[in-house]
Design a protein around this ligand. Structure first.
Ligand code: ATP
Length: 444
């Protein structure tokens, strides 16, 4: 598929998956709300991550740490001094502010000279860059002074490091083991556009994997492959996925290796997730700033050491955007254009729609009966509004893989038609065992 971003944005708005936040007030830059089907899709993505990280393993434990942490956290992590990007302002008509690194990345992507970037809005010259911290600040209590300043976390990872010792005390784990969490992070992003690719608030799915130092390289390689494979399992074509190792000049000073999992979005190859070998930087910093021992002590040898850390850090919104771009397709049915989201059935917000052919002759009652049985097992929708073709079009646009229709024959032999979103095949199947049949297809 070669969907454009505009097509995906329009579909998301039309069907209520994702739309601009605060729209009645004219919206707010880089901020979006997720409607019914968007919420369901988002949950499917985060559930799949949780399943891969927690449910199907016994070497990773769960955490849900606070968004507002002690301000020393960000001193120790380096975010207070280092988490700033060069900002430039347009000297021309529009006076817009931009992040220089984003302008330069776009220039490289378009084959232009990154040293000669201009304002993308009005073509004006730009000011000299100055540092700009990406963390949102707020205050605890009524007095706004330095002692009350706190920050909204710009990543979930630091909460994991703060709770490393606490987790060791109860989790009965030893390196190699991981701590995983999903939660909101906040960054004062000023580069506009590209839909939910870069937003002010976003959900991260992060895991810190603590390993004996000599095993770090091997686990880094392991997690790069695991994470790449995960996206393939969600239905992304491996041809539009790649692992891009960072060049030496891109690496954080503490990282001995970082690879981005990238997807070929309509805006070009861009980061879905970063997998980093962070060494023992974070634990060292927090040990120093908190004056606590954050070592793992081997009960057998009595020897302690600071584990090294491999971090796969993924974005929930970026994963959703990749799935939507990947799934968007247009074809023709009976000479009419059809828009369809070819989402993997496991990701589809609604798995099956139950539709009575007619609004009489007992069809609605029978269809509701089937619907009420199915919805106990999977996300199901009942729809009796409008002609059957229209109802299917609607389900196609939200990516529903299966449609069940109740018609007059249902009352003769207790069968329904089962329609497949992609092949458009319609087969008659018995009502008995419908949920098992659908579940088998969804999990195939
Ligand atoms: P970029 O430079 O592309 O904005 P980053 O390299 O700063 O991102 P990381 O700090 O590595 O991002 O964060 C890990 C993941 O969190 C990213 O791969 C991305 O999926 C997600 N992420 C980071 N910033 C944002 C944002 N502003 N909006 C949406 N997702 C984000």
């Amino acid at each position: 598929p070669a969907a454009t971003m505009d097509e995906v944005v329009a579909l998301c708005k039309r069907r209520g998956l994702i739309f601009p936040a605060s729209e009645i007030y004219g919206g707010i830059a880089n901020t979006y709300d997720y409607g019914h089907y968007g919420v369901l899709l988002k949950r499917n993505v985060s559930d799949a991550w949780w399943k891969a990280m927690i449910q199907e393993r016994d070497d990773i434990v769960a955490l849900d740490s606070a968004i507002i942490q002690h301000p020393k956290t960000w001193e120790a992590s380096g975010h207070l001094s280092g988490f700033s990007d060069p900002l430039v302002q347009c000297l021309g008509k529009c006076k817009k502010r931009w992040r220089l690194d984003h302008l330069q990345e776009a220039a490289v992507e378009n084959g232009e000279d990154p040293a000669a970037v201009k304002c993308p809005q009005c073509g004006g010259d730009l000011t000299e860059p100055r540092a700009f911290n990406l963390m949102f600040e707020t205050n605890i209590g009524p007095v706004q002074d330095e002692s009350s300043t706190v920050y909204l976390r710009p990543e979930t990872a630091q909460g994991i490091f703060l709770d490393f010792k606490q987790t060791l005390s109860y989790a009965r784990k030893k390196p190699p083991f991981g701590i995983a969490q999903i939660g909101k992070s906040f960054r004062n992003e000023i580069t506009p556009g590209n839909f939910i690719f870069r937003t002010l608030e976003f959900e991260q799915m992060e895991m810190e994997f603590f390993v004996p130092p000599e095993e770090a390289e091997q686990w880094y390689e392991y997690w790069c492959q695991e994470r790449l494979n995960w996206y393939v399992k969600l239905g992304i074509n491996p041809e539009r996925l790649r692992l891009r190792p960072h060049e030496a000049d891109e690496l954080s000073f503490y990282s001995s290796g970082t690879s981005d999992v990238e997807y070929l979005y309509p805006i070009g190859w861009s980061e879905l997730e970063g997998v980093a070998n962070r060494g023992n930087y974070d634990l060292t910093q927090h040990a120093e700033h908190s004056r606590q021992k954050l070592e793992w002590k081997d009960p057998q040898t009595g020897k302690g050491y600071l584990p090294h850390v491999i971090e796969p850090a993924a974005g929930l919104g970026r994963t959703m955007l990749a799935l939507l771009c990947e799934a968007y397709d247009e074809d023709e049915i009976g000479g009419e254009k059809r828009t369809v989201l070819r989402l993997h059935p496991s990701m589809a917000p609604i798995k099956v729609a139950v539709l009575p052919l007619l609004r009489k002759d007992g069809h609605p009652e029978k269809a509701r009966e089937i619907y009420e049985a199915l919805r106990k097992r999977m996300s199901t929708e009942y729809d009796d509004g409008g002609n059957i073709g229209k109802r299917y079009r609607r389900q196609d646009e939200i990516g529903t893989p299966y449609g069940i229709t109740v018609d007059h024959q249902t009352f003769e032999d207790d069968t329904v038609t089962l329609r497949d979103r992609d092949s458009l095949s319609q087969e008659r199947v018995p009502v008995a065992g419908l949920a098992d049949l659908l579940e088998a297809k969804i999990n195939a």
